[in-house]
Write a protein that binds this ligand. Structure first.
Ligand code: SAM
Length: 344
């Protein structure tokens, strides 16, 4: 393509299948202070060398180009663990000054959020997603190899108190590990006014141990939530990855009907509605979580390219997005980068 798109006057991040990416996921680091066993090995990974990582100014510039020139309306900062990036508050503050002002969120494990929630809110952050897979501190340690359960709970409370709402919780259920906790996690979320979303486990682990037969499916998750008598949610899902259900008899922190979400990337893929574009911490554009190719914006940035050149390279990268992630394709290849290095 991109001649076709250029000829059609396309200035947004369009692809050949008519999708337009308006939601940017920015990974700020591949490092993490937890060692979730389904994500990375106990000893960690070979971290990205510091010089390869985008500087704060480079991140700010790419976010500005995405918003001002490519029609991005939402920016989510992730990682690795984004709260360990020193320049985070400053990066958020700069993004919040952009016109048109994008929606800004962070996906975090919640460690340290109790200290930084207010500065993040004051910088312009709109809301957070906090990952929490268990309510049991001992199980948390088994799962993450760190003794930080109480820090995550403190982070959740601080996020809500700072107004980073709705506070969403992301949970990955794993067979024989925490799949007995679905009802308790939902009860916890309802009691505290958090919105819970279960995520099907995807083949993105560094250890390449994902096994479809072992994965807890959306169907199983919904069966486990039967005691809540969930009702279909008639609000249109749009491009949101989570399918949502209403929880009769409950309201959320804003007084709206309470909902629970399931992100069934594997068993009920939503690629046809995907509006995401991804930027890794070392400045590579990925047009899909499962992409096997990347486009190098860092080289352009450091080679003196203009904003217009960078925007054009980003458009070309997105034009090549495949119709679907292809997990069910017999020829499916897991991406070389694990989730933690792509940005989840
Ligand atoms: N450190 C941050 C956090 O914990 O939220 C952001 C990065 S983490 C990779 C983002 C989310 O991806 C977490 O909710 C984590 O549970 C989830 N995740 C990690 N590996 C996954 C996998 N293979 N399939 C589905 N979700 C996964």
């Amino acid at each position: 393509m991109s001649r076709a798109a250029a000829a059609a006057g396309v200035t947004v991040l369009a692809d050949r299948f008519g999708r337009i990416a308006t939601d940017l996921r920015v990974s700020l680091t591949d490092r993490c202070n937890l060692r979730c066993t389904y994500c990375m090995p106990a000893e960690g990974l070979a971290w990205m060398p510091q010089p390869q990582q985008l500087t704060d100014d480079e991140v700010k510039r790419l976010v500005r180009i995405a918003v001002e020139q490519l029609g991005v309306t939402e920016v989510r900062f992730t990682g690795g663990e984004p709260l360990i990036r020193r320049g985070l508050v400053d990066i958020i503050a700069e993004a919040a000054r952009l016109e048109p002002r994008p929606k800004l969120s962070v996906t975090t494990n919640g460690i340290g959020l109790d200290r930084i929630a207010v500065p993040l809110r004051e910088a312009g952050l709109d809301r957070v997603n906090v990952s929490l897979d268990t309510l049991d501190p001992v199980r948390f340690h088994t799962l993450t190899l760190r003794d930080r359960h109480s820090d995550v709970l403190a982070g959740l409370r601080a996020a809500a108190a700072a107004g980073l709402t709705p506070v969403k919780i992301n949970t990955v259920l794993m067979r024989g590990v925490n799949d007995d906790e679905a009802p308790a996690l939902l009860r916890f979320a309802l009691d505290h006014g958090y919105q819970l979303r279960f995520i099907e486990q995807m083949p993105l682990d560094a250890q390449h141990q994902w096994d479809r037969r072992e994965m807890v499916t959306a169907e199983e998750i919904l069966a486990a939530l039967e005691p809540f008598a969930l009702e279909p949610d008639n609000v249109s899902r749009g491009t949101a990855p989570a399918e949502t259900w209403l929880i009769p008899g409950h309201v959320d922190a804003a007084g709206e009907p309470a909902r629970v979400g399931v992100i069934a990337s594997v068993t009920r893929p939503f690629c046809g509605d995907c509006d995401r574009t991804r930027l890794t911490a070392d400045g590579q554009v990925r047009n899909c979580l499962f992409a096997t190719e990347e486009s190098d914006l860092r080289k352009l940035l450091r080679g003196g390219a203009s904003d217009a050149d960078i925007a054009e390279a980003w458009r070309v990268a997105m034009w090549g997005k495949r119709a679907g992630h292809g997990i069910d394709d017999p020829a499916f290849l897991q991406p070389v980068r694990p989730m933690s290095a792509i940005g989840g």
